[in-house]
Design a protein around this ligand. Structure first.
Ligand SMILES: CC(C)(COP(=O)(O)OP(=O)(O)OC[C@H]1O[C@@H](n2cnc3c(N)ncnc32)[C@H](O)[C@@H]1OP(=O)(O)O)[C@@H](O)C(=O)NCCC(=O)NCCS
Length: 192
């Protein structure tokens, strides 16, 4: 499947490939401590952000062991509002891990939930995967609320399992199975 085929539409958003022109906007919000504080990646410079976009362009979806990255844009203006990543786990090929970031000015408008719902549809219906997971620092309340809100189950809580600076942080795993998504999707359709 080519990267160009993976463009998702929602009522307000378009999810497609990150482009060179996105570098400044991407750097601006990804380097913001409010966005990066619970994340594994925080770009140190605009150049590093450009190299990140270049690397993303070389990754095809469903490549074992890779992160496949999508831009999240406003459908009306094309403005980059965030990005999301899909990690295709080499050791568990039927499982996909999700990660998402929204620029601070774009948060709390339901955009992350809208982007993730469309992405879950693509993962389960398009790619026919069995399970989706997300790994969250439990202090990241917005993300915990987001994942619970789209119907992911809080499945595990690992205590001080991840290194962070000189210490350790907890890791909460949220998950959703294909059959859970199908049930939820059917009831959402039923409610209209
Ligand atoms: C987590 C994040 C993506 C949420 O994005 P968002 O667009 O604001 O989320 P939404 O507007 O779709 O809101 C989804 C739910 O989370 C809740 N929420 C969002 N931000 C919140 C906040 N700051 N405090 C409390 N709840 C919050 C919303 O009220 C909504 O709840 P509901 O389903 O009960 O209505 C965003 O805060 C972010 O980019 N954070 C920094 C990056 C990060 O930590 N990413 C997570 C790594 S997996």
């Amino acid at each position: 499947m080519s990267d160009a085929m993976v463009t998702l539409h929602t009522p307000r958003l378009l999810l497609d490939a990150l482009r060179d022109e996105d570098a400044a906007a991407l750097y601006h919000y990804r380097a913001d401590p409010a966005v990066s504080c619970y994340q594994g990646w925080c770009p140190a410079s605009l150049d590093e952000t450009r190299r990140f976009i270049e690397r993303c362009a070389a990754v095809a979806p469903d490549t074992p062991g890779s992160w496949f990255q999508r831009a999240i844009r406003r459908r009306d203006s094309g403005q980059l509002v965030g990005d999301l990543g899909l990690h295709f786990l080499a050791e568990a090929p039927a499982t996909v891990e999700l990660g998402i970031s929204l620029a601070p000015a774009q948060q709390r408008q339901g955009l992350a939930a809208e982007a993730l719902r469309a992405t879950l549809g693509w993962i389960f219906e398009g790619l026919r995967k069995h399970r989706v997971i997300a790994s969250v620092d439990p202090r990241n309340q917005p993300c915990m609320t987001l994942l619970a809100g789209i119907g992911m189950r809080r499945e595990a809580h690992f205590v001080e399992s991840l290194p962070a600076g000189a210490g350790w942080v907890d890791d909460v795993i949220f998950a959703m199975l294909e059959r859970e998504w199908r049930l939820r999707h059917a009831s959402e359709r039923h409610r209209g």
